[in-house]
Design a protein around this ligand. Sequence first.
Ligand code: KG4
Ligand code: ZN
Length: 354
Amino acid sequence: MKVIGIETSCDETAVAIVDDQKNILSSYVLSQSEHEIFGGVVPEIAARAHMDHIDSLVKKSFADTGFTIHDMDAVAVTSGPGLIGGVLVGVMMAKGLALASDTPYIAINHLEGHALTPRLTEENLQFPYLLLLVSGGHTQILIVHGIGDFELLGTTIDDALGEAFDKTAKLMDLGYPGGPAVEKKAADCKDPMAALKRFNLPVSMRGRPGSDMSFSGLKTAVRRQVELLREQNDLNDKTIADLCAAFQQTCGLIVTSRLKNAVKHYLKHCPNDVQPSLVVSGGVAANQHIRQCLQNICAKNDMHFAAPPMKLCSDNAVMIAWAGIERLRLNLTDDIKTLPRPRWPLTELKDKAG
Ligand code: KG4
Ligand code: ZN
Protein backbone atom coordinates (compact mmCIF):
# COMPACT_ATOMS: atom_id res chain seq x y z
CA MET A 1 0.00 0.00 0.00
CA LYS A 2 1.53 3.35 -1.07
CA VAL A 3 0.29 6.88 -0.39
CA ILE A 4 1.52 10.25 -1.62
CA GLY A 5 1.22 12.97 1.01
CA ILE A 6 1.12 16.74 0.49
CA GLU A 7 1.65 19.42 3.16
CA THR A 8 1.24 23.17 2.60
CA SER A 9 -0.49 24.43 5.76
CA CYS A 10 2.22 26.81 6.97
CA ASP A 11 5.63 27.72 5.55
CA GLU A 12 6.88 24.31 4.42
CA THR A 13 6.00 22.97 0.98
CA ALA A 14 6.34 19.22 1.35
CA VAL A 15 5.62 16.07 -0.64
CA ALA A 16 6.36 12.47 0.36
CA ILE A 17 5.59 8.90 -0.63
CA VAL A 18 5.30 6.32 2.16
CA ASP A 19 4.25 2.66 2.14
CA ASP A 20 2.46 0.54 4.72
CA GLN A 21 5.72 -1.26 5.59
CA LYS A 22 6.87 2.06 7.10
CA ASN A 23 9.27 2.80 4.23
CA ILE A 24 9.76 6.47 3.35
CA LEU A 25 10.19 6.14 -0.39
CA SER A 26 10.58 9.86 -1.07
CA SER A 27 10.41 13.03 1.03
CA TYR A 28 10.88 16.64 0.06
CA VAL A 29 10.54 19.58 2.45
CA LEU A 30 11.09 23.07 1.12
CA SER A 31 11.25 25.62 3.93
CA GLN A 32 10.31 29.11 2.81
CA SER A 33 12.98 31.64 3.73
CA GLU A 34 10.85 34.51 2.40
CA HIS A 35 9.39 35.14 5.88
CA GLU A 36 12.66 35.66 7.74
CA ILE A 37 12.74 39.42 7.29
CA PHE A 38 9.21 39.69 8.73
CA GLY A 39 9.98 37.63 11.84
CA GLY A 40 6.92 35.46 11.20
CA VAL A 41 4.96 33.75 8.44
CA VAL A 42 3.12 36.08 6.04
CA PRO A 43 0.09 34.06 4.79
CA GLU A 44 -0.13 35.61 1.31
CA ILE A 45 3.59 35.16 0.65
CA ALA A 46 3.40 31.58 1.93
CA ALA A 47 0.51 30.70 -0.40
CA ARG A 48 2.30 32.13 -3.43
CA ALA A 49 5.52 30.28 -2.57
CA HIS A 50 3.60 27.00 -2.24
CA MET A 51 2.16 27.63 -5.73
CA ASP A 52 5.64 28.21 -7.13
CA HIS A 53 7.03 24.90 -5.84
CA ILE A 54 4.32 22.29 -5.38
CA ASP A 55 4.34 21.11 -9.03
CA SER A 56 8.06 20.44 -9.16
CA LEU A 57 8.10 18.63 -5.78
CA VAL A 58 5.32 16.27 -6.91
CA LYS A 59 7.14 15.64 -10.20
CA LYS A 60 10.44 15.00 -8.38
CA SER A 61 8.79 12.57 -5.96
CA PHE A 62 7.50 10.48 -8.84
CA ALA A 63 10.71 10.78 -10.86
CA ASP A 64 12.88 9.67 -7.89
CA THR A 65 10.83 6.60 -7.15
CA GLY A 66 9.88 5.65 -10.68
CA PHE A 67 6.21 5.58 -9.67
CA THR A 68 3.31 7.38 -11.27
CA ILE A 69 0.08 8.50 -9.65
CA HIS A 70 -1.43 5.19 -10.84
CA ASP A 71 0.88 3.32 -8.44
CA MET A 72 -0.56 5.20 -5.46
CA ASP A 73 -3.36 3.69 -3.37
CA ALA A 74 -4.43 7.13 -2.17
CA VAL A 75 -3.60 10.83 -2.23
CA ALA A 76 -3.43 12.32 1.28
CA VAL A 77 -3.28 16.05 1.85
CA THR A 78 -3.39 18.45 4.79
CA SER A 79 -6.93 19.82 4.67
CA GLY A 80 -6.50 21.98 7.80
CA PRO A 81 -6.00 23.45 10.29
CA GLY A 82 -3.63 26.08 8.91
CA LEU A 83 -3.26 29.17 6.77
CA ILE A 84 -6.11 28.66 4.35
CA GLY A 85 -4.40 30.12 1.26
CA GLY A 86 -1.58 27.61 1.61
CA VAL A 87 -3.88 24.72 2.52
CA LEU A 88 -5.88 25.41 -0.66
CA VAL A 89 -2.78 25.11 -2.84
CA GLY A 90 -2.06 21.60 -1.50
CA VAL A 91 -5.70 20.56 -1.57
CA MET A 92 -6.14 21.65 -5.21
CA MET A 93 -3.01 19.76 -6.25
CA ALA A 94 -4.17 16.63 -4.36
CA LYS A 95 -7.69 16.81 -5.78
CA GLY A 96 -6.29 17.23 -9.29
CA LEU A 97 -4.07 14.16 -8.89
CA ALA A 98 -6.87 12.08 -7.36
CA LEU A 99 -9.50 13.10 -9.90
CA ALA A 100 -7.26 12.65 -12.93
CA SER A 101 -6.30 9.12 -11.91
CA ASP A 102 -9.39 7.97 -10.04
CA THR A 103 -7.31 7.48 -6.90
CA PRO A 104 -8.93 7.68 -3.42
CA TYR A 105 -8.63 11.08 -1.73
CA ILE A 106 -7.90 11.50 2.00
CA ALA A 107 -8.27 14.86 3.80
CA ILE A 108 -5.79 14.80 6.68
CA ASN A 109 -5.93 16.92 9.80
CA HIS A 110 -2.40 18.36 10.13
CA LEU A 111 -2.42 17.74 13.89
CA GLU A 112 -3.37 14.10 13.40
CA GLY A 113 -0.34 13.91 11.11
CA HIS A 114 1.91 15.06 13.97
CA ALA A 115 0.05 12.81 16.42
CA LEU A 116 0.44 9.60 14.40
CA THR A 117 4.08 10.11 13.29
CA PRO A 118 5.46 8.19 16.30
CA ARG A 119 3.52 5.11 15.13
CA LEU A 120 5.61 5.25 11.95
CA THR A 121 8.93 5.72 13.72
CA GLU A 122 8.38 3.44 16.74
CA GLU A 123 8.46 -0.34 16.50
CA ASN A 124 5.07 -0.95 18.10
CA LEU A 125 3.34 2.04 19.65
CA GLN A 126 -0.08 0.92 20.83
CA PHE A 127 -3.16 2.99 21.59
CA PRO A 128 -3.87 4.64 23.92
CA TYR A 129 -0.82 6.87 24.36
CA LEU A 130 -0.42 10.24 26.00
CA LEU A 131 0.56 12.93 23.53
CA LEU A 132 2.15 16.32 24.01
CA LEU A 133 1.64 18.19 20.76
CA VAL A 134 3.78 21.31 20.69
CA SER A 135 4.18 23.38 17.55
CA GLY A 136 4.16 26.99 16.42
CA GLY A 137 0.38 27.13 16.34
CA HIS A 138 -0.69 24.46 18.83
CA THR A 139 0.00 23.27 22.34
CA GLN A 140 -2.16 20.38 23.45
CA ILE A 141 -2.09 17.42 25.81
CA LEU A 142 -4.21 14.55 24.50
CA ILE A 143 -4.85 10.88 24.92
CA VAL A 144 -4.73 9.21 21.52
CA HIS A 145 -7.24 6.36 21.80
CA GLY A 146 -7.16 5.48 18.11
CA ILE A 147 -7.24 6.90 14.58
CA GLY A 148 -9.44 9.99 14.77
CA ASP A 149 -10.13 9.33 18.45
CA PHE A 150 -8.55 12.00 20.64
CA GLU A 151 -9.33 13.02 24.23
CA LEU A 152 -8.23 16.57 24.94
CA LEU A 153 -6.84 16.97 28.47
CA GLY A 154 -5.31 20.42 28.17
CA THR A 155 -4.50 23.20 25.80
CA THR A 156 -2.84 26.60 25.92
CA ILE A 157 -5.17 29.38 26.92
CA ASP A 158 -3.08 31.96 25.04
CA ASP A 159 0.18 31.49 23.07
CA ALA A 160 1.45 28.18 21.69
CA LEU A 161 4.78 26.98 23.08
CA GLY A 162 6.53 27.34 19.70
CA GLU A 163 5.05 30.84 19.40
CA ALA A 164 6.56 31.70 22.82
CA PHE A 165 9.97 30.58 21.52
CA ASP A 166 9.46 32.60 18.32
CA LYS A 167 8.42 35.76 20.20
CA THR A 168 11.28 35.41 22.67
CA ALA A 169 13.73 35.14 19.77
CA LYS A 170 12.19 38.19 18.12
CA LEU A 171 12.59 40.25 21.31
CA MET A 172 16.32 39.53 21.23
CA ASP A 173 16.70 39.75 17.43
CA LEU A 174 17.73 36.12 17.15
CA GLY A 175 15.95 35.47 13.86
CA TYR A 176 13.15 33.19 12.69
CA PRO A 177 12.15 30.46 13.41
CA GLY A 178 12.88 31.28 17.02
CA GLY A 179 12.90 27.81 18.59
CA PRO A 180 16.21 26.56 17.22
CA ALA A 181 17.77 30.03 17.67
CA VAL A 182 16.78 30.23 21.35
CA GLU A 183 17.96 26.67 21.97
CA LYS A 184 21.31 27.41 20.33
CA LYS A 185 21.82 30.57 22.40
CA ALA A 186 20.74 28.80 25.59
CA ALA A 187 23.45 26.21 24.97
CA ASP A 188 26.04 29.00 25.46
CA CYS A 189 24.81 29.63 29.01
CA LYS A 190 27.40 28.38 31.50
CA ASP A 191 25.01 27.95 34.44
CA PRO A 192 21.31 27.52 33.50
CA MET A 193 20.20 27.07 37.14
CA ALA A 194 21.82 30.36 38.14
CA ALA A 195 20.18 32.03 35.12
CA LEU A 196 16.82 30.61 36.16
CA LYS A 197 17.26 32.09 39.63
CA ARG A 198 18.49 35.44 38.35
CA PHE A 199 15.58 36.14 36.00
CA ASN A 200 12.91 34.45 38.11
CA LEU A 201 10.45 34.02 35.22
CA PRO A 202 6.85 32.95 36.08
CA VAL A 203 5.91 29.25 35.99
CA SER A 204 2.29 29.92 35.10
CA MET A 205 -0.58 27.77 36.35
CA ARG A 206 1.66 25.52 38.44
CA GLY A 207 -0.43 23.45 40.89
CA ARG A 208 -3.79 24.32 39.29
CA PRO A 209 -6.26 21.53 38.49
CA GLY A 210 -6.41 20.21 34.92
CA SER A 211 -3.69 20.46 32.30
CA ASP A 212 -4.23 23.76 30.51
CA MET A 213 -1.15 25.87 29.93
CA SER A 214 -0.32 29.55 29.56
CA PHE A 215 2.76 31.21 28.07
CA SER A 216 1.78 34.85 27.63
CA GLY A 217 2.87 35.83 31.16
CA LEU A 218 6.25 34.29 30.47
CA LYS A 219 6.52 36.21 27.21
CA THR A 220 5.71 39.50 28.99
CA ALA A 221 8.27 38.74 31.71
CA VAL A 222 10.95 38.06 29.09
CA ARG A 223 10.08 41.35 27.37
CA ARG A 224 10.49 43.22 30.67
CA GLN A 225 13.86 41.59 31.29
CA VAL A 226 15.05 42.49 27.78
CA GLU A 227 13.96 46.12 28.30
CA LEU A 228 15.68 46.20 31.67
CA LEU A 229 18.92 44.77 30.29
CA ARG A 230 18.77 47.28 27.44
CA GLU A 231 18.26 50.20 29.87
CA GLN A 232 21.21 49.01 31.92
CA ASN A 233 23.33 48.63 28.78
CA ASP A 234 23.77 45.00 29.68
CA LEU A 235 22.16 43.27 26.68
CA ASN A 236 25.14 41.31 25.38
CA ASP A 237 25.94 37.79 24.20
CA LYS A 238 26.25 36.48 27.75
CA THR A 239 23.04 37.95 29.15
CA ILE A 240 21.13 36.89 26.02
CA ALA A 241 22.41 33.33 26.47
CA ASP A 242 21.43 33.43 30.16
CA LEU A 243 17.94 34.78 29.42
CA CYS A 244 17.40 32.18 26.69
CA ALA A 245 18.45 29.44 29.12
CA ALA A 246 16.16 30.79 31.84
CA PHE A 247 13.29 30.99 29.36
CA GLN A 248 13.88 27.43 28.12
CA GLN A 249 14.17 26.08 31.68
CA THR A 250 10.92 27.84 32.60
CA CYS A 251 9.15 26.32 29.58
CA GLY A 252 10.34 22.93 30.79
CA LEU A 253 8.97 23.63 34.28
CA ILE A 254 5.60 24.73 32.88
CA VAL A 255 5.26 21.68 30.63
CA THR A 256 6.36 19.32 33.42
CA SER A 257 4.00 20.78 36.00
CA ARG A 258 1.01 20.83 33.62
CA LEU A 259 1.61 17.23 32.49
CA LYS A 260 1.36 15.96 36.07
CA ASN A 261 -2.45 15.71 36.19
CA ALA A 262 -2.58 14.42 32.62
CA VAL A 263 -0.16 11.57 33.42
CA LYS A 264 -2.22 10.67 36.48
CA HIS A 265 -5.46 10.58 34.46
CA TYR A 266 -3.87 8.64 31.61
CA LEU A 267 -2.27 6.00 33.84
CA LYS A 268 -5.60 5.45 35.60
CA HIS A 269 -7.27 4.66 32.28
CA CYS A 270 -4.47 2.85 30.44
CA PRO A 271 -5.35 -0.87 30.03
CA ASN A 272 -3.03 -3.33 31.80
CA ASP A 273 -1.89 -4.97 28.57
CA VAL A 274 -0.70 -1.69 27.02
CA GLN A 275 2.73 -0.27 27.84
CA PRO A 276 2.02 3.29 29.04
CA SER A 277 3.71 5.77 26.69
CA LEU A 278 4.29 9.49 26.52
CA VAL A 279 4.81 10.79 23.02
CA VAL A 280 5.96 14.23 21.93
CA SER A 281 5.34 15.64 18.49
CA GLY A 282 5.31 18.97 16.63
CA GLY A 283 8.15 21.38 15.92
CA VAL A 284 9.06 22.07 19.57
CA ALA A 285 9.68 18.33 20.06
CA ALA A 286 13.06 19.04 18.47
CA ASN A 287 14.08 20.86 21.66
CA GLN A 288 16.53 18.78 23.66
CA HIS A 289 15.72 20.36 27.02
CA ILE A 290 11.98 19.78 26.61
CA ARG A 291 12.74 16.19 25.59
CA GLN A 292 14.86 15.74 28.71
CA CYS A 293 12.01 17.02 30.91
CA LEU A 294 9.65 14.50 29.30
CA GLN A 295 12.16 11.70 29.72
CA ASN A 296 12.35 12.54 33.42
CA ILE A 297 8.56 12.32 33.71
CA CYS A 298 8.65 8.90 32.01
CA ALA A 299 11.43 7.62 34.25
CA LYS A 300 9.47 8.71 37.31
CA ASN A 301 6.20 7.10 36.16
CA ASP A 302 7.56 3.97 34.51
CA MET A 303 6.39 5.09 31.08
CA HIS A 304 7.90 4.58 27.65
CA PHE A 305 9.07 7.80 25.98
CA ALA A 306 8.72 8.22 22.23
CA ALA A 307 9.73 11.11 20.00
CA PRO A 308 10.08 11.15 16.24
CA PRO A 309 13.50 11.94 14.76
CA MET A 310 14.14 15.67 14.38
CA LYS A 311 13.29 15.89 10.69
CA LEU A 312 9.88 14.37 11.31
CA CYS A 313 9.11 16.65 14.28
CA SER A 314 8.74 19.82 12.26
CA ASP A 315 6.29 20.07 9.37
CA ASN A 316 6.80 17.49 6.64
CA ALA A 317 4.72 15.41 4.25
CA VAL A 318 5.83 12.00 5.54
CA MET A 319 3.48 12.49 8.48
CA ILE A 320 0.61 13.30 6.11
CA ALA A 321 1.29 10.29 3.89
CA TRP A 322 1.58 8.08 6.99
CA ALA A 323 -1.72 9.38 8.43
CA GLY A 324 -3.12 8.56 4.98
CA ILE A 325 -1.84 4.96 5.29
CA GLU A 326 -3.37 4.64 8.78
CA ARG A 327 -6.73 5.91 7.50
CA LEU A 328 -6.67 3.90 4.27
CA ARG A 329 -6.13 0.70 6.29
CA LEU A 330 -9.48 1.47 7.95
CA ASN A 331 -11.10 2.45 4.65
CA LEU A 332 -11.43 6.02 5.88
CA THR A 333 -11.24 7.87 2.58
CA ASP A 334 -12.95 11.18 1.85
CA ASP A 335 -15.24 12.67 -0.72
CA ILE A 336 -13.37 14.73 -3.30
CA LYS A 337 -15.74 17.60 -2.43
CA THR A 338 -14.44 17.75 1.17
CA LEU A 339 -13.77 21.39 2.02
CA PRO A 340 -10.51 22.45 3.67
CA ARG A 341 -10.84 23.95 7.17
CA PRO A 342 -8.68 26.76 8.60
CA ARG A 343 -9.78 25.69 12.09
CA TRP A 344 -10.20 21.98 12.73
CA PRO A 345 -9.86 20.68 16.30
CA LEU A 346 -8.68 17.09 16.73
CA THR A 347 -11.69 16.37 18.89
CA GLU A 348 -13.92 16.83 15.82
CA LEU A 349 -12.49 13.81 14.01
CA LYS A 350 -14.24 11.11 15.98
CA ASP A 351 -17.51 10.90 14.04
CA LYS A 352 -15.59 10.41 10.85
CA ALA A 353 -13.48 7.56 12.19
CA GLY A 354 -16.57 5.87 13.61
O1 KG4 B 1 5.29 21.79 13.79
P1 KG4 B 1 5.98 22.99 13.22
O2 KG4 B 1 7.11 22.77 12.25
O3 KG4 B 1 4.96 23.95 12.52
C1 KG4 B 1 3.69 24.22 13.04
O4 KG4 B 1 2.76 23.43 12.72
O5 KG4 B 1 3.61 25.18 13.79
O6 KG4 B 1 6.48 23.84 14.46
C2 KG4 B 1 7.20 25.02 14.28
C3 KG4 B 1 7.50 25.59 15.64
C4 KG4 B 1 8.09 26.99 15.58
O7 KG4 B 1 7.43 27.80 16.53
C5 KG4 B 1 9.55 26.75 15.97
O8 KG4 B 1 10.15 27.88 16.60
C6 KG4 B 1 9.42 25.60 16.92
O9 KG4 B 1 8.44 24.76 16.33
N1 KG4 B 1 10.70 24.87 17.05
C7 KG4 B 1 11.40 24.78 18.20
C8 KG4 B 1 12.60 24.09 17.89
N2 KG4 B 1 12.58 23.78 16.57
C9 KG4 B 1 11.41 24.26 16.06
N3 KG4 B 1 11.13 25.23 19.43
C10 KG4 B 1 12.05 25.00 20.39
N4 KG4 B 1 13.22 24.38 20.16
C11 KG4 B 1 13.55 23.90 18.95
N5 KG4 B 1 14.71 23.28 18.74
ZN1 ZN C 1 2.94 21.38 12.35
